[in-house]
Design a binder for this molecule. Structure first.
Ligand SMILES: [Zn+2]
Length: 167
């Protein structure tokens, strides 16, 4: 599927972590494009309460026709917030430009610089439904899913604040 719809970078973080994100990062300077999907690990397979997110990179098939999504690493929560950990058995790919591009954008996910554009496929990155209104298409998330994500984030922020006040 082609990733051709520009994403509002202000919601990139929510979009990326929603569970079914499919997107392309484009460097404006070089014109290079790298495509990814970030899929939430099924709860039953997760050993931690907040299921991690598996990041895959799309690469061209050896046969030359079509693409295949290769697992590259995992995003999960640790004490300092979210981190990306590159797959142990994928170490020899870590220096590849696409992976470097992903890591850089992940690091700047709350404030994606002007030099990068992000495109998506027009589906909600949380539930996978086709987006129809201009706002949802811009956000890469439907209104109900975005609301749910923001409510959860707000709850965690309040929880964190209480923790800090207690200690
Ligand atoms: Zn949705």
């Amino acid at each position: 599927m082609k990733h051709t719809i520009p994403l509002d970078k202000n919601v990139f973080s929510q979009f990326l972590l929603a569970g079914m994100a499919e997107f392309t990062i484009v460097s404006i300077e070089t014109g290079r494009r790298y495509s990814f999907k970030a899929i939430k690990c099924p709860q039953e397979k997760s050993t931690i309460p907040e299921p991690p997110i598996w990041v895959h990179m799309y690469v061209s098939k050896v046969s030359g026709t079509g693409r295949v999504a290769l697992f590259m690493g995992t995003i999960f929560k640790d004490n300092d917030g979210l981190i990306y950990v590159h797959g142990r058995r994928r170490k020899h790919y870590e220096k590849r430009q696409g992976i470097q591009a992903f890591k850089w954008v992940f690091k700047h996910r709350d404030n994606v610089p002007e030099t990068v554009e992000i495109y998506h496929v027009g589906k909600c990155s949380s539930c996978g439904k086709k987006l129809t209104t201009p706002t949802s298409i811009k956000n890469g998330l439907g209104p109900v899913c975005l609301k749910k994500i923001q409510t959860t984030e707000a709850s965690w922020a309040i929880y964190d604040k209480h923790l800090t006040e207690e200690t």
